[in-house]
Design a protein around this ligand. Structure first.
Ligand code: ARG
Length: 461
């Protein structure tokens, strides 16, 4: 018969079935919380000594012993045990091996419930900090592209049909706005989640005279959480992390989709670098945008994690339930993949080369300046916009029939459609004039785009 658990087995005469152990243990994944677990325990031990709950010498032995455990884990020398269930009990059991009896005083005035909530918050906070740095690097890569091509023209699309010419810089800056909001969501989430659950104990707090402000401060939290039931059972910080990651991954996926389209032989808008492309094992001519495709796919697992954890949490009564152990793998996987996608996108954006002549030729095709023509009719001949729209439509139909673009029609041909047409109209049919004219706030004119680039450079420092 298996022996009962050395941490909680006092009332048990038999150990768990192997299947019970398999479903119960979390050490296979929560070992990733080792550094946070040890930091939390060291802060707790220091507080227990400062408040006179344990002796200074016991606290010192505990704090030093925990550092030894950490170095064993970091060196890959630690023997993790499934029988000890999770990272918390693995660490404490090893501490006992190293320092003996004082180890038994570490768990005074706390529970694994506040312990795991603290560890997990610390871990998620680190990921938010990494995501923040990764987003800043990605923003800088997009800004560099925008700056290089503030006045390169390209087609702007709606319905993926040529709509109006825009500038490359404007298009890049649209992503700067999106990733900028992702960055602000990361910062908001961090500010909201940075409260310390430690000291909530199992659920009701403790009778020991603990100092929760001290542990909160030591661990870099802004304050202790105010309600012990909430402290041990809240996982909205993890859900907010997953929501922020999902929205950001969705933005990454949209840009990834554009890179897939743009790098195709049919578009040739951009050339991706060899460093971020792959070849085909059968078709020698191929250069595939695999990184972009994988970034496009990552949203699936990240959003899936968000939905999965939402489902885990939605029916749980207060306070802790073991269901909540299912929070970690989802967040670990989502975070790993989000950070990887951010880094891969940064690399692709930095390295890609826009094919400026191809962009310009594409910008000029598809009657992309038809709106400029209609606007010109309104401005110069006083035609109401609806009528101008109609006249322009007739001119587009004529060009289409002749198999040419709008600027290729002669003035006589235009005047046959509408008598008020003059030579001046040709000025607005060019794509450079078209983008330069769109100077409204937020518009695609290079002068506006450069203002936005300058503003963002200042924001990012
Ligand atoms: N491994 C557990 C988890 O991840 C730690 C908390 C266990 N608490 C308990 N009361 N059994 O949620």
């Amino acid at each position: 018969m298996r022996s009962s658990n050395q941490m909680w087995g006092g009332r048990f005469s038999a150990g768990p079935d192997a299947i019970m152990e398999a479903i119960n243990a979390s050490i296979g994944f929560d070992k990733r919380l080792a550094a946070q677990d040890i930091a939390g325990s060291r802060a707790h031990a220091a507080m227990l000594a400062a408040t006179g709950i344990v002796s200074d010498s016991d606290a010192k032995a505990i704090r030093e012993g925990l550092l030894t455990v950490l170095s064993e884990i970091e060196a890959g020398e630690f023997a993790f045990s499934t029988a000890l269930e999770d990272i918390h009990m693995n660490v404490e059991a090893r501490l006992k091996d190293i320092i003996g009896d004082p180890a038994g005083r570490l768990h005074t005035g706390r529970s694994r419930n506040d312990q795991v909530a603290t560890d997990f918050r610390l871990w998620v906070r680190d990921q938010l900090d990494m995501a923040e740095a990764a987003l800043v690097r990605l923003l800088q890569a997009c800004l560099a592209q925008a700056e290089a091509g503030a006045d390169w023209v390209m087609p702007g699309f709606t319905h993926l049909q040529t709509a109006q010419p825009v500038t490359w810089g404007h298009h890049m800056m649209a992503y700067v706005e999106m990733f900028g909001r992702d960055l602000s969501r990361v910062r908001d989430a961090r500010a909201r989640m940075n409260e310390c659950p430690l000291g909530a104990a199992a659920l009701a707090g403790t009778g020991f005279p603990i100092d929760r402000h001290m542990t909160a401060r030591d661990l870099g939290f802004d304050r202790p959480m105010s309600n012990s039931l909430d402290a041990v059972s809240a996982r909205d910080f993890a859900l907010e992390f997953l929501s922020v990651a999902s929205i950001s991954a969705m933005h990454l996926s949209r840009l990834a989709e554009e890179l897939v389209i743009w790098s195709s032989a049919q578009f040739r808008f951009v050339t991706l670098s060899d460093r971020f492309s792959t070849g085909s094992s059968i078709m020698p001519q191929k250069k595939n945008p695999d990184a972009a495709e994988l970034i496009r796919a990552k949203i699936g697992r990240i959003f899936g994690a968000n939905v999965a954890l939402m489902m885990v949490m939605k029916g749980l009564p207060l306070a802790y339930s073991k269901d909540m152990q299912e929070d970690k793998e989802q967040v670990f996987d989502a975070s790993d993949n989000w950070l990887l996608a951010l880094a891969a996108m940064e690399g692709m954006v930095r390295d890609m080369t826009a094919n400026v002549p191809v962009l310009e030729a594409a910008a000029a095709s598809g009657f992309s300046t038809a709106t400029d023509l209609a606007d010109w009719l309104v401005r110069e001949t006083g035609l109401p916009f609806r009528e101008a729209h109609h006249v322009t439509g007739a001119l587009v139909a004529l060009a289409e029939e002749k198999g040419c673009d709008l600027p290729d029609l002669s003035l006589e041909e235009m005047q046959a459609v509408h008598a008020d047409m003059t030579d001046d109209v040709f000025d607005v049919l060019g794509v450079h004039n078209s983008v330069a004219s769109r100077t409204s706030l937020g518009g695609t004119a290079p002068v506006r785009v450069r203002e936005q680039i300058a503003r963002w450079k200042e924001v990012l420092g």
